[in-house]
Design a protein around this ligand. Sequence first.
Ligand SMILES: [Zn+2]
Length: 412
Amino acid sequence: MTTAPSRLFRPLVVLLPIVLLLELVTVWWPVSPPVLPDDLPAEAVEGFEQAERYLRPLIVGRFFSSLAGILLVLVVLLSGVAARVEEKYGGSHLRWPARIGFLFAFFLLIWLAFFPSSWVHFLRNRDFGITEMVWQTWLRNKVLGTPVPLLLFFGRWLILFCLIAIFKSSWWWVGALFLFGVFSVLPEWASRTYPLDPVEEMAPLPAGEIREAFEGLAAETGRNLELMMVNESERTRRVNMALTGRIGREYVLVTDTLIDKLTPEEARVMLAHELGHAVTRHIVIPFRKLFGLFGSLLTLGLVYRFQRVHPVAERRILSVLLQVMLAGHLVTTVLRPVQGVVSRYEEREADRYALELTRDPESFRSLMLKLAKVNLEPYDAPRWAYWLYGASHPTIRERLEMAERWGAENLE
Ligand SMILES: [Zn+2]
């Protein structure tokens, strides 16, 4: 018996490159200037117009890119290659090298399929001044950044393979618990103090105006958090700050791009926002984790329901893994709006905390305008994208309006 490709295979093979191409051409999507209030400084207006030109096409492109992701898994699944690998090598001593080879080829296929898109985005980031990298550096970083995701990819799918084989009929919930434990609880427990990839380096924040501003605020609130800096300036001009580390052992991570861009007052507001995250963390993180577990159970449960034969025969497990990837895409897409609501709640609370702590809505406003200009964040977002993609932060418009309201209500 040989496994022939499904009848849907051919049309999808034609559709996939079209969708990938559509994602590429959306960078030329026509953009009209944003509607802005009259009281913005000219520099901010210019920044928001630039941000609109930068981001609006990406919002459209993102739709095609996630569609391409789904199509790609579907094409490999319907090609029947996974089943043929098992037919040919399943009983032999080559079965594990063949399975690993299949997963590696699949990873490579995804990498190559999305390579043109990341190349175009790199060129675009250079046009917009977000990065000054030459293409050699970009390529080197991209290649050096691949081994970690590749290892995680293998870890995830090979272990799930074994769990399906071992836990005959309860694999779906055992697998969900495993994925949840290893990819969600473990990193939290171990605290993410290792760099994201071999390119990134982390060091204590050097002495200077910004560190002093941070330490002053940390002393005021009795939260003497560790301050770390990560080198991003080689790759991007974007500015970022995050509160990270496990609950009770949080530390603040800032990008080196931030150091010469902010006034001490703006830096204070930015740190106060991060400290605000520490206040809601004990509610938000457990919720996020439980929600992640729910997502895992839903994904694997759906695939389990879809199987006609239990337990899954060993020769079908590779195909089942592809089905899990597909279901994962769909479940994430459906759950993303809910995640967005929680994330925006958290950000709003952090903003409110920052305003209450610093009582400085003026610096809050100038920080927002500066970050928007440097990071190319638009003034507002189309509502459909805001909800559907689960925007992680309220828009700049919403944040400015909130600061203004806060000032009017709390300062005389
Ligand atoms: Zn935040």
